[in-house]
Design a protein around this ligand. Structure first.
Ligand code: URA
Length: 238
């Protein structure tokens, strides 16, 4: 692993700023391989060297992956002049420079958004060639006929003539405004709203509940996020 400045190591893990590292070093609270007397600019190998703060080993995570339950009214962007973004919701203890949402949900769509600073991984899950399954729960304005349900399997044609890839739809809860589960293997702009619109109905609410094989944690409150480990985030690619 390439070497890294000791102060950068701490700031990359969101543990301390460069200035704070200087102070911690002065106070003798940071050791490298058991040794005191290091400087912020000293180079370390984050995987080989044993860096301790107050005697406790500081683990190194190259990348961070956060599962967020996006609430309504928040945009899937890194910054916005007038509206709150998903990054604004990340608590300081989980925040890292370089985090961004890997994929977008509409402002009024809720549910699973992955935030990461791993550009390669984001590229892999966003690549249209990968056809990652995304599962949504939607409340729609009226029940659909069997024929309308079947049109999802066959590649529904949108009002603008675009033919969608075959998708799946199943009824979760009957009613005047039924709840359906929809699985897509592509992600066009407003896709589910446009698919339901092509059938003459409206989406009343939409939530993403799963990416690939990784479900949204049902205990995650709207607006909350939690760290997920690399081995679990790989389930998105399954
Ligand atoms: N389809 C939509 O219409 N909106 C989303 O946010 C996601 C899928």
């Amino acid at each position: 692993m390439p070497q890294m400045r000791l102060d950068k190591f701490f700031s990359s893990q969101n543990l301390a700023t460069r200035k704070e590292v200087k102070e911690l070093l002065k106070q003798g609270r940071i050791t490298v391989n058991g040794q005191n007397g290091n400087k912020g600019e000293d180079k370390i190998d984050p995987q080989l060297d044993e860096v301790c703060l107050d005697g406790k080993r500081v683990g190194y995570k190259k990348y961070l992956y956060l599962m967020m339950n996006k609430p309504q009214g928040v945009v899937s962007a890194t910054n916005d002049q007038s509206q709150p973004t998903v990054l604004d919701l990340v608590p300081p203890e989980l925040f890292r420079p370089g985090l961004f949402p890997a994929g977008r949900l509409d402002k009024d769509t809720t549910g699973f958004v992955l935030l990461t600073d791993d550009g390669d991984f984001a590229h892999r899950i966003l690549s249209p060639k990968k056809h990652i399954a995304k599962t949504y729960h939607a409340v729609i304005s009226a029940p659909l006929s069997e024929e309308q349900m079947n049109s999802f399997e066959n590649g529904l044609v949108l009002k603008d003539g675009f033919r969608c890839l075959p998708a799946k739809i199943r009824l979760l809860k009957e009613g005047e405004q039924p709840l359906v589960e929809i699985v897509l293997w592509e992600g066009k702009y407003h896709q589910i709203k446009r698919m339901i619109g092509a059938l003459g109905e409206k989406v009343l609410s939409l939530k993403r509940v799963k990416m690939g094989n990784l479900p949204l944690d049902p205990d995650l409150e709207p607006g909350a996020c939690k760290e997920i480990l690399h081995k679990d985030v790989e389930r998105i690619l399954e």
